[in-house]
Design a binder for this molecule. Structure first.
Ligand SMILES: NC(=O)c1ccc[n+]([C@@H]2O[C@H](COP(=O)([O-])OP(=O)(O)OC[C@H]3O[C@@H](n4cnc5c(N)ncnc54)[C@H](OP(=O)(O)O)[C@@H]3O)[C@@H](O)[C@H]2O)c1
Length: 242
Protein backbone atom coordinates (compact mmCIF):
# COMPACT_ATOMS: atom_id res chain seq x y z
CA UNK A 1 0.00 0.00 0.00
CA UNK A 2 1.13 3.53 -0.78
CA UNK A 3 0.70 6.28 1.83
CA UNK A 4 1.31 10.01 1.47
CA UNK A 5 2.35 11.76 4.68
CA UNK A 6 1.89 15.51 4.28
CA UNK A 7 3.88 17.57 6.79
CA UNK A 8 6.47 14.83 7.16
CA UNK A 9 8.97 17.10 8.95
CA UNK A 10 6.52 17.90 11.75
CA UNK A 11 6.26 16.46 15.23
CA UNK A 12 3.58 13.96 14.24
CA UNK A 13 4.47 13.58 10.56
CA UNK A 14 8.03 12.47 11.36
CA UNK A 15 6.72 9.81 13.76
CA UNK A 16 4.25 8.52 11.17
CA UNK A 17 7.08 8.19 8.64
CA UNK A 18 9.24 6.41 11.23
CA UNK A 19 6.50 3.93 12.15
CA UNK A 20 5.54 3.29 8.53
CA UNK A 21 9.05 1.87 7.99
CA UNK A 22 8.19 -0.93 10.42
CA UNK A 23 4.93 -1.92 8.72
CA UNK A 24 5.37 -4.46 5.93
CA UNK A 25 1.88 -3.80 4.49
CA UNK A 26 3.03 -0.27 3.64
CA UNK A 27 5.25 -0.64 0.62
CA UNK A 28 5.60 3.01 -0.49
CA UNK A 29 5.74 6.17 1.60
CA UNK A 30 5.62 9.63 0.05
CA UNK A 31 7.04 11.95 2.72
CA UNK A 32 5.80 15.36 1.57
CA UNK A 33 7.40 18.41 3.18
CA UNK A 34 9.00 21.70 2.32
CA UNK A 35 12.39 20.31 3.28
CA UNK A 36 14.08 16.98 2.68
CA UNK A 37 13.07 14.41 5.27
CA UNK A 38 16.14 12.90 6.91
CA UNK A 39 15.81 9.34 8.14
CA UNK A 40 17.89 7.23 10.47
CA UNK A 41 20.56 5.71 8.22
CA UNK A 42 20.71 2.53 10.32
CA UNK A 43 17.17 1.61 9.18
CA UNK A 44 16.20 0.48 5.67
CA UNK A 45 14.21 3.43 4.36
CA UNK A 46 14.21 2.47 0.68
CA UNK A 47 10.41 2.57 0.53
CA UNK A 48 10.35 6.27 1.49
CA UNK A 49 10.38 8.99 -1.18
CA UNK A 50 11.15 12.39 0.31
CA UNK A 51 9.18 14.78 -1.90
CA UNK A 52 10.03 18.43 -1.38
CA UNK A 53 7.46 21.07 -2.16
CA UNK A 54 8.07 24.83 -1.97
CA UNK A 55 4.47 25.57 -1.26
CA UNK A 56 1.52 23.27 -0.43
CA UNK A 57 -0.61 25.45 -2.70
CA UNK A 58 1.15 24.48 -5.94
CA UNK A 59 1.82 20.99 -7.25
CA UNK A 60 4.25 20.66 -10.15
CA UNK A 61 3.91 17.60 -12.39
CA UNK A 62 6.89 15.82 -10.82
CA UNK A 63 5.17 16.06 -7.42
CA UNK A 64 1.72 14.90 -8.60
CA UNK A 65 3.42 11.98 -10.36
CA UNK A 66 4.53 10.80 -6.91
CA UNK A 67 0.89 10.85 -5.70
CA UNK A 68 -0.44 8.55 -8.42
CA UNK A 69 -1.91 5.31 -7.11
CA UNK A 70 -1.83 6.33 -3.44
CA UNK A 71 -4.16 4.43 -1.11
CA UNK A 72 -4.17 7.01 1.66
CA UNK A 73 -2.97 10.41 2.77
CA UNK A 74 -2.41 11.54 6.34
CA UNK A 75 -2.54 15.35 6.32
CA UNK A 76 -0.69 16.94 9.27
CA UNK A 77 0.25 20.34 7.79
CA UNK A 78 -0.58 23.09 10.24
CA UNK A 79 0.46 26.48 11.53
CA UNK A 80 -0.81 27.99 14.77
CA UNK A 81 -1.33 31.67 15.51
CA UNK A 82 0.92 31.24 18.56
CA UNK A 83 3.96 31.16 16.28
CA UNK A 84 5.77 34.51 16.60
CA UNK A 85 5.52 36.88 13.63
CA UNK A 86 2.80 34.94 11.83
CA UNK A 87 -0.33 36.74 10.65
CA UNK A 88 -3.77 35.15 10.55
CA UNK A 89 -3.96 35.20 6.73
CA UNK A 90 -0.90 32.94 6.61
CA UNK A 91 -2.35 30.64 9.28
CA UNK A 92 -5.57 30.29 7.27
CA UNK A 93 -3.66 29.69 4.05
CA UNK A 94 -1.63 26.87 5.62
CA UNK A 95 -4.43 25.24 7.62
CA UNK A 96 -7.42 25.69 5.31
CA UNK A 97 -6.41 26.54 1.73
CA UNK A 98 -3.48 24.13 1.53
CA UNK A 99 -5.66 21.25 2.78
CA UNK A 100 -8.08 21.79 -0.12
CA UNK A 101 -5.36 22.27 -2.73
CA UNK A 102 -3.41 19.25 -1.52
CA UNK A 103 -6.47 17.02 -1.57
CA UNK A 104 -7.39 18.18 -5.09
CA UNK A 105 -3.86 17.55 -6.37
CA UNK A 106 -3.98 13.99 -4.99
CA UNK A 107 -7.35 13.32 -6.59
CA UNK A 108 -6.17 14.65 -9.94
CA UNK A 109 -3.09 12.42 -9.76
CA UNK A 110 -5.30 9.33 -9.88
CA UNK A 111 -5.29 7.67 -6.47
CA UNK A 112 -6.25 4.05 -5.78
CA UNK A 113 -9.81 3.24 -4.75
CA UNK A 114 -10.60 3.43 -1.95
CA UNK A 115 -8.53 6.51 -1.26
CA UNK A 116 -8.54 7.44 2.43
CA UNK A 117 -7.77 11.03 3.42
CA UNK A 118 -7.13 11.46 7.14
CA UNK A 119 -7.10 15.08 8.22
CA UNK A 120 -5.53 16.06 11.54
CA UNK A 121 -7.59 18.57 13.44
CA UNK A 122 -7.53 19.14 17.19
CA UNK A 123 -9.62 18.63 20.27
CA UNK A 124 -11.13 21.97 21.21
CA UNK A 125 -12.36 22.69 17.70
CA UNK A 126 -16.11 23.23 18.13
CA UNK A 127 -18.20 20.55 16.44
CA UNK A 128 -21.43 22.48 16.48
CA UNK A 129 -21.54 25.32 13.94
CA UNK A 130 -23.51 27.50 16.34
CA UNK A 131 -21.05 27.24 19.23
CA UNK A 132 -18.29 29.83 19.25
CA UNK A 133 -14.98 28.85 20.85
CA UNK A 134 -13.77 30.85 23.84
CA UNK A 135 -10.08 30.19 23.17
CA UNK A 136 -8.38 31.59 20.02
CA UNK A 137 -11.84 32.02 18.44
CA UNK A 138 -10.69 33.00 14.94
CA UNK A 139 -8.31 30.06 14.77
CA UNK A 140 -10.77 27.45 16.03
CA UNK A 141 -13.62 28.81 13.85
CA UNK A 142 -11.33 28.55 10.84
CA UNK A 143 -10.42 24.98 11.81
CA UNK A 144 -14.10 24.13 12.24
CA UNK A 145 -14.71 25.42 8.71
CA UNK A 146 -11.81 23.31 7.47
CA UNK A 147 -13.38 20.23 9.09
CA UNK A 148 -16.71 21.03 7.39
CA UNK A 149 -14.88 21.42 4.07
CA UNK A 150 -13.04 18.11 4.51
CA UNK A 151 -16.29 16.30 5.31
CA UNK A 152 -17.56 17.36 1.87
CA UNK A 153 -14.45 16.16 0.00
CA UNK A 154 -15.96 12.77 -1.02
CA UNK A 155 -18.93 14.42 -2.80
CA UNK A 156 -18.89 13.38 -6.45
CA UNK A 157 -15.73 11.34 -5.95
CA UNK A 158 -16.41 7.64 -5.86
CA UNK A 159 -14.17 5.66 -3.54
CA UNK A 160 -12.88 8.69 -1.65
CA UNK A 161 -13.23 8.38 2.13
CA UNK A 162 -12.34 11.01 4.71
CA UNK A 163 -11.76 10.99 8.42
CA UNK A 164 -11.14 13.82 10.85
CA UNK A 165 -8.81 12.97 13.72
CA UNK A 166 -9.14 15.27 16.74
CA UNK A 167 -6.33 14.51 19.16
CA UNK A 168 -5.79 16.33 22.41
CA UNK A 169 -2.33 17.60 23.27
CA UNK A 170 0.53 15.40 22.09
CA UNK A 171 2.12 14.67 25.46
CA UNK A 172 5.74 13.96 24.55
CA UNK A 173 6.56 16.88 22.33
CA UNK A 174 9.85 18.31 21.13
CA UNK A 175 11.29 21.49 22.55
CA UNK A 176 9.44 24.15 20.56
CA UNK A 177 6.16 22.37 20.73
CA UNK A 178 6.52 21.90 24.47
CA UNK A 179 6.59 25.67 24.65
CA UNK A 180 3.53 25.86 22.45
CA UNK A 181 1.66 23.26 24.48
CA UNK A 182 2.56 25.02 27.71
CA UNK A 183 1.20 28.27 26.25
CA UNK A 184 -1.99 26.56 25.16
CA UNK A 185 -2.47 24.96 28.56
CA UNK A 186 -2.02 28.34 30.23
CA UNK A 187 -4.69 29.91 28.01
CA UNK A 188 -7.09 27.01 28.37
CA UNK A 189 -6.66 26.75 32.11
CA UNK A 190 -7.73 30.37 32.38
CA UNK A 191 -11.12 29.23 31.16
CA UNK A 192 -11.24 26.37 33.64
CA UNK A 193 -10.96 23.66 30.97
CA UNK A 194 -8.44 20.91 30.47
CA UNK A 195 -7.47 19.13 27.28
CA UNK A 196 -6.91 15.39 27.08
CA UNK A 197 -3.49 14.13 26.01
CA UNK A 198 -2.14 11.39 23.74
CA UNK A 199 1.34 9.96 23.22
CA UNK A 200 2.86 10.78 19.84
CA UNK A 201 3.49 7.07 19.15
CA UNK A 202 -0.16 6.23 19.89
CA UNK A 203 -1.47 8.96 17.61
CA UNK A 204 0.82 7.95 14.74
CA UNK A 205 -0.15 4.29 15.18
CA UNK A 206 -3.86 5.15 15.29
CA UNK A 207 -3.88 7.11 12.03
CA UNK A 208 -1.72 4.52 10.26
CA UNK A 209 -4.12 1.82 11.46
CA UNK A 210 -7.07 3.71 10.00
CA UNK A 211 -5.24 4.32 6.72
CA UNK A 212 -4.54 0.58 6.41
CA UNK A 213 -7.58 -1.13 7.88
CA UNK A 214 -10.31 1.34 7.01
CA UNK A 215 -12.01 4.19 8.76
CA UNK A 216 -13.88 3.26 11.91
CA UNK A 217 -15.70 6.61 12.12
CA UNK A 218 -15.78 9.86 10.19
CA UNK A 219 -14.54 11.72 13.28
CA UNK A 220 -12.11 10.20 15.76
CA UNK A 221 -11.92 11.83 19.16
CA UNK A 222 -8.89 11.67 21.46
CA UNK A 223 -10.26 8.63 23.33
CA UNK A 224 -10.78 6.78 20.02
CA UNK A 225 -7.25 7.62 18.91
CA UNK A 226 -5.71 6.44 22.20
CA UNK A 227 -7.67 3.17 21.99
CA UNK A 228 -6.83 2.55 18.33
CA UNK A 229 -3.18 3.56 18.79
CA UNK A 230 -2.64 1.28 21.76
CA UNK A 231 -4.32 -1.63 19.98
CA UNK A 232 -2.21 -1.09 16.87
CA UNK A 233 1.05 -0.85 18.84
CA UNK A 234 0.15 -4.00 20.79
CA UNK A 235 -0.66 -5.84 17.57
CA UNK A 236 2.66 -4.81 16.03
CA UNK A 237 4.59 -5.99 19.08
CA UNK A 238 3.15 -9.49 18.76
CA UNK A 239 5.25 -12.11 16.96
CA UNK A 240 4.02 -12.74 13.41
CA UNK A 241 3.76 -16.08 11.62
CA UNK A 242 5.80 -15.94 8.43
N1 LIG B 1 1.20 19.03 18.70
C1 LIG B 1 0.08 18.86 19.39
O1 LIG B 1 0.06 18.80 20.63
C2 LIG B 1 -1.25 18.71 18.65
C3 LIG B 1 -2.43 18.63 19.38
C4 LIG B 1 -3.64 18.46 18.74
C5 LIG B 1 -3.67 18.40 17.37
N2 LIG B 1 -2.53 18.50 16.66
C6 LIG B 1 -2.66 18.46 15.22
O2 LIG B 1 -1.81 17.47 14.67
C7 LIG B 1 -1.32 17.91 13.41
C8 LIG B 1 0.19 17.83 13.42
O3 LIG B 1 0.68 18.62 14.51
P1 LIG B 1 2.24 18.76 14.78
O4 LIG B 1 2.38 19.11 16.21
O5 LIG B 1 2.96 17.58 14.22
O6 LIG B 1 2.58 20.05 13.90
P2 LIG B 1 4.02 20.60 13.50
O7 LIG B 1 5.12 19.91 14.20
O8 LIG B 1 3.94 22.08 13.60
O9 LIG B 1 4.10 20.18 11.96
C9 LIG B 1 3.26 20.71 11.02
C10 LIG B 1 3.78 20.55 9.62
O10 LIG B 1 3.27 21.66 8.88
C11 LIG B 1 4.36 22.30 8.21
N3 LIG B 1 4.18 23.75 8.11
C12 LIG B 1 3.96 24.64 9.09
N4 LIG B 1 3.88 25.88 8.59
C13 LIG B 1 4.06 25.78 7.26
C14 LIG B 1 4.09 26.70 6.20
N5 LIG B 1 3.94 28.01 6.41
N6 LIG B 1 4.26 26.23 4.98
C15 LIG B 1 4.43 24.93 4.77
N7 LIG B 1 4.44 23.98 5.74
C16 LIG B 1 4.25 24.41 6.97
C17 LIG B 1 5.57 22.00 9.06
O11 LIG B 1 6.73 22.12 8.27
P3 LIG B 1 8.15 22.47 8.96
O12 LIG B 1 8.46 21.34 9.88
O13 LIG B 1 9.10 22.54 7.83
O14 LIG B 1 7.91 23.76 9.66
C18 LIG B 1 5.30 20.57 9.48
O15 LIG B 1 5.71 19.67 8.47
C19 LIG B 1 -1.86 19.32 13.21
O16 LIG B 1 -3.03 19.30 12.44
C20 LIG B 1 -2.19 19.77 14.61
O17 LIG B 1 -3.23 20.73 14.64
C21 LIG B 1 -1.31 18.65 17.26
Amino acid sequence: MKVIIAGATGLLGAEIVRQSLQIPEITQVVALAHETVHLDESIDSSKVRSVVIDNYGEYPDDVTAEFAGADACIWTVTLTPLEPGVDFAEVKRVCHDYTKLGFEAMCEAGPARPFRFIYLSAEGTPQEPTKDPVILPDFFLMRRNTELMVQKFPRGKQGVEVCIARPGVIANSTTWSNTLVAKLFRIINRFGRTLPTIQRSELAAAVLNQAMDGLEKRTLLNADLVRLGRRELKFRSMPRLS
